[in-house]
Design a protein around this ligand. Structure first.
Ligand SMILES: *Cc1c(COP(=O)(O)O)cnc(C)c1O
Length: 353
């Protein structure tokens, strides 16, 4: 099917001229900068935070692109992937008219962002083993459907989606297909970025918040065609990624090869926790996970959740979510943290009998 970006865009976006900062006209690093009303003396921190940061995060993109096997022009960086989600809706969905398709149980921000932008959502449930239903999804598409959000590996279920199902949706839908790969670093499958050149309607999202351990800094990535990336750059706030964040991300990228060590450590914790959890009678099912969390079905999930809160151990209660009845989502912690959880569950077990 033909994908026409021009047709998909909200009409007024085509006419927008980007905010031009004074520095867009001069890209040199050395000079007498009297253009941006900054404080010339520095800041009270003693660090050079007085100057505005690079609005396009050029250095990061140049380092990141070869790691991700894309071109720098195919990379967008945002204030968390949550910013990319919001920008996509603002670029492509007319409030009060257009809709997006969500595949619950899934990440909550798509729905929140749609609500804020007055965009309606259609839901096509995953199968009981949390796989996509491509034909049902394509049947749900109407003339005003602009984006389909696929989360793989999926939050909260932790599984990866069948790649052929994703391809089927990419082929059958004229709008934008977002594949949210927040947990891709924990998965044994390659990123969908390898398909970018084949599918002009594909956008892949990743984040520095999970495997990279930089949730606090707020930086997310989107990979797509240069045309789509240009749109996001056009409508984003000019300085959406702070200079401090850019600096720390660059430092992390210098050590990119060490990320596997962190990921492996977390994988070992997954095996540890899976084994321990499996021995509790109230644990009914541990879903296979390609992420840094486990979805666990338990008898008395809500009671267990509340018991653990009193022990100051906080899990994510997903027991009221579609297909997740009686399920808690457990982020993999350090060995110490995971051991504390098991200890508390032992306590729960002995008090509830
Ligand atoms: C955690 C998470 C994100 C990350 O969002 P950031 O804004 O980059 O921190 C995105 N998508 C999913 C599915 C997530 O679970």
């Amino acid at each position: 099917m033909a994908f026409e970006l021009e047709k998909l865009l909200r009409p007024h976006i085509r006419k927008i001229k980007p905010y031009s900062s004074a520095r867009d006209e001069y890209s040199g690093k050395i000079g007498v900068f009297l253009d941006a009303n900054e404080n010339p003396y520095g800041s009270l921190t003693g660090e050079p935070f007085n100057r505005y940061p690079d609005p396009y995060q050029t250095e990061i993109k140049e380092k990141l692109a070869p790691i991700k096997r894309v071109r720098p022009s195919q990379v967008f960086l945002g204030n968390g992937s949550d910013e990319a989600i919001d920008l996509l809706m603002r670029a492509f969905c007319v409030p009060g008219r257009d809709n997006i398709i969500l595949l619950p149980p899934t990440y909550g921000m798509y729905e929140v962002s749609a609500g804020i932008n007055d965009i309606s959502t259609k839901s096509v449930e995953l199968t009981p083993d949390f796989q996509l239903q491509p034909s049902k999804i394509l049947e749900a598409v109407d003339a005003n459907t602009k984006i389909i959000f696929i989360c793989s590996p999926n939050n909260p279920s932790g599984n990866k989606m069948d790649r052929n199902h994703i391809r089927q949706i990419l082929k059958g839908f004229e709008g934008l297909v977002v594949v949210d790969e927040a947990y891709i670093d924990f998965s044994d499958e390659p990123s969908f970025t390898v398909e970018l050149d084949k599918f002009p309607n594909l956008l892949v999202m990743q984040t520095f918040s999970k495997a990279w351990g930089l949730a606090n800094l707020r930086i997310g990535m989107a990979f797509a065609s240069e045309e789509i990336i240009n749109i996001l750059n056009l409508i984003k706030p000019p300085y959406n990624v702070s200079g401090l964040t850019q600096q720390k991300v660059l430092e992390s990228l210098e050590k990119a090869d060490e990320i596997n060590k962190l990921v492996h450590q977390i994988f070992e914790e997954k095996v540890f926790l899976e084994n321990k959890l499996a021995s509790f009678a109230f644990v009914k099912h541990i879903y296979p996970s390609n992420a840094n969390f486990l979805l666990v079905k338990m008898d008395g999930a809500r009671k267990i959740y509340e018991f653990l809160i009193k022990e100051m151990i906080i899990l994510r209660d997903r027991s009221k979510v579609q297909l997740c009845a009686d399920c808690l989502r457990i982020s993999l912690g350090t060995r110490e943290e995971n051991t504390a959880l098991i200890k508390a569950l032992n306590q729960y077990h002995s008090t509830s009998n």
